[in-house]
Design a protein around this ligand. Structure first.
Ligand SMILES: CSC[C@H]1O[C@H](OP(=O)(O)O)[C@H](O)[C@@H]1O
Ligand SMILES: Nc1ncnc2[nH]cnc12
Length: 289
């Protein structure tokens, strides 16, 4: 058995080129429809799945992205690894527009988004202390460096609710909290990927300085699109390099991502809600089955 790599494309990344036997596939999930159909195929001999987070044509607001359906669908298609690509604002001087950040921490300021696959009738608590897979992040870093990108390894992402951008007071507060970048979508995506026992890495492209920087104008969509267009090749080159780096055999994940549920489920077998357990077939069937 080989690894299968999922890619979630963020703002500006709605397509994946170069797949052999490429086909857009609709996946039924117990959590509703995913953001769009999923593009499946092979790249350099490795099975890949690509899902545009906001849908082709950018139709979903950040808060309305069907995060559970997206993660379930990728797991259901057999992905072992998921690389998420996002556009972010920078909260520090030395993270410049066009730079790439291989994230390692998140602070969640979103509200009201369904944030777990589990619930009454099947309660589970996974660790999020290290919310990304270090091995997959290594591969992303190597792929970005090979593509000639300016790369920062490690960074804390502030997930805001949006869709409006931040006020200056919020932006300054997030800087004081030690956050490095800001966006609207990495949460609850990262939480759900952990519950689904996926190796998950999060790669952010800096598009702006949000609104805190005295020497730069306030962020707007035109500026973000311009930076995304100018640097589109970087994300594409990273994705193209991933199969050779991350597409090996199915050895256990050294970080334990693939065993996240080993000691997580609290609800006694005889108290579990059969309907919820059935919905969890793809995500948690390994431990509930
Ligand atoms: C394009 S402006 C803000 C929008 O871009 C980011 O999306 P993604 O994380 O999917 O790349 C940000 O989170 C907002 O959703
Ligand atoms: N400044 C910003 N705030 C929130 N999301 C973003 N995505 C890109 N830039 C952003």
């Amino acid at each position: 058995m080989q690894r299968k790599i999922g890619v979630i494309g963020g703002s500006g990344v709605y397509q994946m080129d170069g797949l052999e036997d490429a086909a857009w596939t609709e996946v039924d999930t117990p959590w509703g429809a995913s953001s769009d159909a999923i593009l499946t195929g092979r790249l350099n001999g490795v099975e890949m799945c690509f899902l545009p987070r906001h849908g082709r044509g950018h139709v979903h607001l950040p808060a309305a992205v069907p995060f559970r359906a997206n993660i379930d669908a990728l797991k259901r298609l057999g992905c072992t690894d998921v690389v998420a690509v996002s556009a972010v604002g920078s909260l520090r001087e030395d993270f410049r527009p066009g730079d790439m950040v291989v994230l390692d921490q998140f602070i969640d300021r979103t509200s009201g988004r369904p944030g777990s696959f589990f619930g009454s009738g099947c309660v589970a608590h996974v660790s999020l202390a290290d919310p990304v897979c270090a091995r997959l992040s290594d591969h992303c870093e190597a792929a970005l460096r090979a593509a000639g990108a300016r790369v920062h390894r490690g960074g804390t992402y502030l997930a805001m609710e949006g869709p409006q951008f931040s006020t200056k007071a919020e932006s300054r507060m997030y800087r004081a909290w030690g956050c490095d970048v800001i966006g609207m979508t990495a949460m609850p995506e990262a939480r759900l990927a952990r519950e689904a026992e996926l190796c998950y890495a999060s790669v952010a492209m800096v598009t702006d300085y949000d609104c805190w920087h005295p020497d730069h104008g306030h962020v707007d969509v035109a500026q973000i699109l311009q930076v995304l267009a100018a640097n589109a090749g970087t994300a594409k080159a990273m994705i193209t390099a991933l199969p050779a780096l991350a597409g090996g055999g199915l050895a256990p994940c050294p970080c334990g991502c693939d065993r996240a549920l080993d000691h997580a489920v609290m609800t006694a077998r005889d108290k579990r809600d059969p309907a919820l357990v059935a919905r969890l077939d793809a995500v948690a069937g390994r431990v509930l089955g």
